[in-house]
Every structure is written in C-alpha cells, then in structure tokens.
Design a protein around this ligand. Sequence first.
Ligand SMILES: [Zn+2]
Length: 262
Amino acid sequence: MTTAPLHDELEYLTRRYHLYRRRYQVPAPPEIDRLERNIRRRRIQLAHLHDEISRLERHAATLAAEIAGYRKGLVALLEDFIDRTARAHGEHWSPTPVIGYRLWRVEHGMLHGAWTVWDHPAHEAVCPTPNDEDVPHLAGTCSGYGYGCGIYAAKSPHELADVHLTEDADDFVIGAVALSGKVVEHEHGYRASHARVTAVVVVSAGRRVATSDPRAVAEFFDDPLGADLDEAWEPVDGDLVAIGRWLETQGGQRWTSENDGE
Ligand SMILES: [Zn+2]
C-alpha cells in the first residue's frame, strides 16, 4: 500500500490503466467509465460554484461599500437639517447663561472633569471629529459617549450627586457652571459650547468649603492643591443635600462682563 495522497495514487493508477488498455487492446469497463464521468461532471459543477461564490462576494462587498457611503451622506444631511431647523427656531442659542452643575476630582494637582482637565474656570467645547463648527453638534454621532460633543452639565446638583456620588463620598469638587453660546437641552442636563464655573464646593477629608468669588474660583482651578481655601471661602455644613442647596442659591449669579475677570 502506497503512502502517497489519494489523488497522486489515482493519477498513477489511471496512467497505468490506460497503458494496459492500449497495450492489450482491452475495452474500458463501464463502471470505471461511469466513475470517471461522475468525477469530471462534478469538477465542472464545482468550478461553476466557485465562480458564483466569487461573484456573490464581490456583489456583497459592493453593497456594503454603497451602504457605508449612503450612511455617511445621511449623517451629514441629518446633522445639517437638525442644525438648520434648530437655528431657524432660535432655541439653541442662549442669550443669558443657563446654570448647570458639574463634578470634578483632583488628580495629580489638576482638576479633572469626566473627559478633560479643567485648568481654568472657563471652558470651551471641542468636538472629537475634525468638524469644529457649531459645537456642540446636534446629531449626537460625533462622540463615543452620551449625546455627542459639548460641555456636559446636570440640571440639578441633587440629581448629579445622586447619580455620581455615594452618601459618604469625601473627595470631590462640585460646582455650578454658567453655560453660554450654543446650549442643547436634554432631559437631565445640558451640552454647551461654553461654560464658566460660578461657584464651587470642595469636599476633601471631611472638610467642606465653598466659594462663589470669581477670583477664588479662578485660583482654585489654576492650582487646586496650592490655592488658599480660607480667604474668600466659607464652610458648608451638612450633607450632599445641603451642598446642593448652597450651589443652587450661590451658583445662579449670572456671569457678566463685570465679573468675567479677563
Ligand atoms: Zn461634535
């Protein structure tokens, strides 16, 4: 018995079969003829199937590319339609700042929001896509989180604390922000193009101090570990509910050119 693969063995035997038939003028046995015909027919069918599969694969790739193109076009058209409709109704440009609430944490001597470092009380939104016009975008397709780009702020300090802080949290910074420029409203919060911190409460190791003094806020955002938290700061007594109430009363003062500080 040979160890060669079947097709090699079959080729070798077929050659010898024809040789012997020629040599001794023996007619082809019908069962051998039949098997050879069956193999030939199926080879042809198989070749046709492979052609068909390649054709289908090419067709599928074309369809997928067309879908991707149409989706891209649709995103652009939807974004344009929504932006134009919103602008036409003037509902997304806020003439007076809207007050929202945010959380930060101190890390490596800097204040960190959920996604970026805040080294100044004023912050301007950027879009992760190259399209930096008319931020925050309304279509919500431009960031991997939430509703899209923009500076996020909650509508209520209580809800913000409920969602993001535990009852005994003692290492965070919570503040009120005046949102201006383009402000998009959502159910529980806002996305804005511009934000400025108007009041802040620092909670660390049992210490709770607060300020709404623009200069003190600016100093704190510039250097959260080095800032003097005594002058222009006041202690806030009570739990998260009390902190929220303080922010609601102190953070609501409108940011005007007088206290802009720049
Ligand atoms: Zn965007």
